[in-house]
Design a protein around this ligand. Sequence first.
Ligand code: ACM
Length: 750
Amino acid sequence: MKIFKYIRIAALLAIAAVADTSARAQELDLTPMPNSISMKQGSVKIPATITYKTNFKKADRADLEAYLPDYALRMVPAKKKAFVNIILSDKGGKAEAYRLDISPDGVNIYAADAAGAFYALQTLAQLARDKSELPLLTIDDGPRFEYRGVHIDVSRHFFGTDYIKKQLDLLSTYKINRMHWHLTDAAGWRLEIPGYPRLTDFAAWRSESEFSDWHENGGKYCESTTEGAYGGYYTEADVKEVLEYARLRHITVIPEIELPGHSAEVLAAYPELSCYGEPYKSGEVCIGNEATFKFFEDVLDEVIRLFPSHYIHIGGDEADRSHWKSCAKCQQRIKDEGLTDEAQLQSYMIERIERHVNSRGRDIIGWDEILDGGLAPNATVMSWRGEEGGIKAAQMGHDAIMTPGAYCYLDQYQDDPETQPKAFGSTITVFHCYSYDPAPASLDPEIHKHIIGVQGNNWAEYISTYSHGEYMMYPRMIALCEVGWTQPENKNEDSFKRRINGEIRHIKSLGYNPFTLSTQVQTAQTPDYGRKCIILELTSEKDPIDIRYTLDGSEPDASSPLYSTPFEVTDSIKLKARLFNGDTPAGPVKLLRTDYHKGIGKKITYAGRGYYRHSEAYKGGGDTGLLDGKRGGHSYQDGLWQGFCPNNLDATIDLGENTAVTRIMANFMQMKTPQIYLPDNVEIYISTDGSDFKLLHTDYAKPEDVAKDAVFADFGWTGAPVEARYIRFVANQASRPNAAFLFTDEIVIQ
Ligand code: ACM
């Protein structure tokens, strides 16, 4: 009996020791968090001159020496004993993995390949940042996914090699190993191709610097020699410069050549490849025309000559197949090849292009639309419309890279849209990126095996400057680096919040322009229906920070109460909250009205078709969603906002009995890019018997709100008490564009 007791105590001690180690590890300033850290007591002083030795052979040694001048720590070759020993060894584990051993004698790095040693050096530099000593520890680390990518769009706006290199230099320190280079699209062709001079004399240039102006003016190109021509392209020398820079940082550059859609610029340069034989009629190439294949085969041969990447991305997304329906040549191709429709025609092209790329010893990647008409035999799928495409490809035995719009699209807002430069309509915070799991445990192991990685996509429609490009990329791309590297059990949101605040300060000091996180107090409202209350939690993206608040309507100042625990709201509170750095306000005052209101849990009936049911994300909680006490945030895709399209919102709420009511309101959003508009007006009717309804109030949209690209606005009524059992809430959107969406959340009744 005694022995069992002893074992139990020993086991408890062991658990306590592990827990202590992992908690201490999460306190290290390491991003992405390594996968195994064994902390020891003590530290070793970092010498004034860091010496190194390596057993790297010729090529690896030369590459390391070429990189070291740009490495965060200055290291010089050791004459005798070195402080840092870089050892290629099977102790380093698998590809890209490493062991970093810090002892009182110095640092030993073991890696199975040069990439692993490179990543160990990045971890070492983070440990040494702003420090005079290194903690004694052993890190055994390696990536979760083999593909950890960033996508840079250089078509919508052209970004020079200096910008690209600057991003790769930083991202490699966070262990990114792929750059997907979006070199061609309608807004400009960006790669010099021998034999096709019109691509770069003409299709790489436009008169408008802003993408939206260009688009609105008909999407035309101009000669490179035109005065004020805006655009550019990469020469062979430019490509080589980027490739070499990337190679020294263990990044493979994957070029993308878009086909058969997103190709308006090709058709402007070579109109004979269009179904119409004319420019500016479509962005889809003619698949019935043999010259189209000659063109892309020539282009891809040049791309394959320039880029050593095993994978060549051939696009494949968002083709408008209707052009092929009315094209005699495309229809003839469908007939000749025994195809059933235009989706199969598209797959015919992808498969034929794939055969060509395969014949040169390479493989293709395509956006998930390449699944639609039958998947090319050896293709890897990049899943962007969601994760379904990637999962389907994996089920078919193909590899997949996850880059779903809801987590990985860096062209979305990253905070309250009213505080941000114009972006696409949804909101993806750095913590939302961080929460992404590309291959959750719930998926079949056979599928897991084929999900090879994750990628963040920086599309550039709204990005015309380098500093704005960085602003959209950071810090979210750093969150995705941890998603790609760190095993889910080693991720920790609290630790990441602290660390990402540190990384933001760090990369600013290096001359990058990250978004420095929201200055607003963040809120989470969780209803407790049993206790009839709402738990109101206040948080901040910043860390460390103080939150101060008032409940009496006054402005919070440095003497206001410090927030520490969530509020339980049984009726209504009007809370004002603000972030503080010590005594200094660190953001705007946020007015938060929270109500456990009279409508919660009551029955709601929709007239007409009701809410939009074709997307799970727009159902906003379904039939009970507008009366559930939960409030939508800054993203219309957060599952709390309820969408209506094409009809208006017309809903009647039954409170169950006649009730005195003093306030009826709902919040609406406007995001013009994804076609979400405020209502023109809201009409509120009340009734005591369910048949005789009287108009209580009509509330109209404010012209200044209607003019905004992105805004949130309350519509409703407040007044002296009225008796009502039934409330009919109507939001009209008649004057908004066709197919506009209406999004609302929570009809609050008090
Ligand atoms: C895409 O966003 N069209 C891949």
